[in-house]
Design a protein around this ligand. Structure first.
Ligand SMILES: Nc1ncnc2c1ncn2[C@@H]1O[C@H](COP(=O)(O)OP(=O)(O)O)[C@@H](O)[C@H]1O
Ligand SMILES: N[C@@H](CCOP(=O)(O)O)C(=O)O
Length: 321
């Protein structure tokens, strides 16, 4: 559940007077998501999503996120479009939080994605990478090597509470990644969180991408490693090579990966597994009991990280010859 901040009907009605959004008919908090507070609004015009930006989103980054959605939507990516206020601004304030209205996207996220869906996700990610070219704002990835070290510093003392021996293992992993992280690969704007809950489908057709609040400038192949991690493992922890093949084929049908990117995939996948392990671990250790948010299991990503460590080459991810 992610509604951290309540809003009153009167405040919301007042907030809406700044927009040409029609008159409020109803609104309700959305249970899903972990970062921000989201509400579905019905007005006399189109349905809208109201987002109140919470703790982990820097206000200074909001023009990047909202501008990126505008840039992508203008280039044919199906993603939410921020609704400007009457004064042209994309951001307002509600319940003391920065707040925005974005268009409602039809579709549902898939609880049990299949290989055919992975192919579509691969394609959509590559299309997003290409459509983002020319976006003029920049945002370094706050959750890359330096960010991982900062997160780890905050969690290390209690890591062995989660699993004995974890502290030494993760320190070793950070050292390895610091020494081997690739530098000269194609870079651009990445989504950085394209998990199943951020991709909508209508039937088997991908209807849109949401949640650009981790988007940043980084290595494009790192984003590929994120979707392999997020979509291609089964509940029992096994890597599904059929899904991996479909995903990589889908991606490469739009943007072929070069040989350096393919060679780096294993290290990138270790990095992305570590990244989600670390944010989940931090949340696991710091979210108070009874908070209105579903904590995600850090150990799922520890298991993925261990899998990538024993992968000998990118062929094992399902690259077709
Ligand atoms: N533009 C949108 N159209 C339809 N539903 C949306 C949209 N944006 C968010 N949602 C709903 O809100 C949920 C949480 O949104 P998300 O952006 O993932 O939140 P968070 O950033 O807090 O993780 C989504 O799973 C979806 O159900
Ligand atoms: N995808 C991340 C958590 C971020 O959640 P989202 O609701 O913003 O996609 C994870 O699974 O750890």
């Amino acid at each position: 559940m992610a509604v951290y901040t309540d809003i009153s009907e009167d405040d919301l009605k007042w907030f809406l007077t700044e927009y040409d959004a029609g008159t409020l008919l109803s609104y309700k908090g959305i249970a899903e998501g972990v970062e921000n507070s989201n509400f579905l609004l019905h007005t006399t015009k189109k349905p809208l999503i109201l987002t109140l930006y919470e703790k982990r989103v820097e206000k200074a980054d909001l023009p990047f996120f909202l501008g990126l959605m505008q840039h992508l939507a203008a280039r044919g990516v199906s993603c939410p479009l921020p609704l400007p206020r009457k004064d042209g601004a994309l951001l307002g304030t509600l319940s003391d939080r920065p707040a925005a209205l974005i268009s409602f996207l039809e579709g549902m996220w898939l609880r049990k994605p299949e290989a055919k869906h992975c192919r579509e996700v691969g394609k959509a990610l590559a299309q997003m990478h290409i459509a983002a070219e020319g976006f003029e704002l920049k945002r370094p990835n706050a959750l890359s090597l330096e960010g991982w070290k900062l997160l780890w510093d905050k969690s290390e003392a209690r890591a062995d509470e989660v699993e004995k021996g974890l502290s030494a293992e993760i320190r070793g992993e950070i050292d390895f990644l610091s020494a081997h992280w690739p530098k000269d690969l194609p870079a651009g704007v990445i989504h950085a969180d394209l998990f199943p809950d951020n991709v909508f489908f209508l039937g088997d057709e991908l209807s849109g991408l949401i949640d650009f609040y981790f988007a940043c400038n980084d290595l494009l192949a790192y984003d590929v490693s994120i979707i392999l991690n997020a979509w291609c493992f089964e509940k029992d922890g096994a890597y599904n090579i059929t899904k991996g093949t479909a995903m990589l084929e889908g991606y490469q049908s739009v943007r072929p990966l070069n040989s350096a990117e393919l060679a780096a995939l294993r290290v990138l996948a270790r990095g992305s597994a570590l990244r989600f392990f670390l944010t989940r671990l931090y949340d696991w250790l710091t979210t108070p009991e009874g908070a209105m948010v579903t904590k995600k299991d850090p150990l799922e990503y520890l298991r993925k990280l261990r899998f990538h460590r024993q992968v000998a080459s990118a062929v094992e991810y399902g690259l077709s010859a």
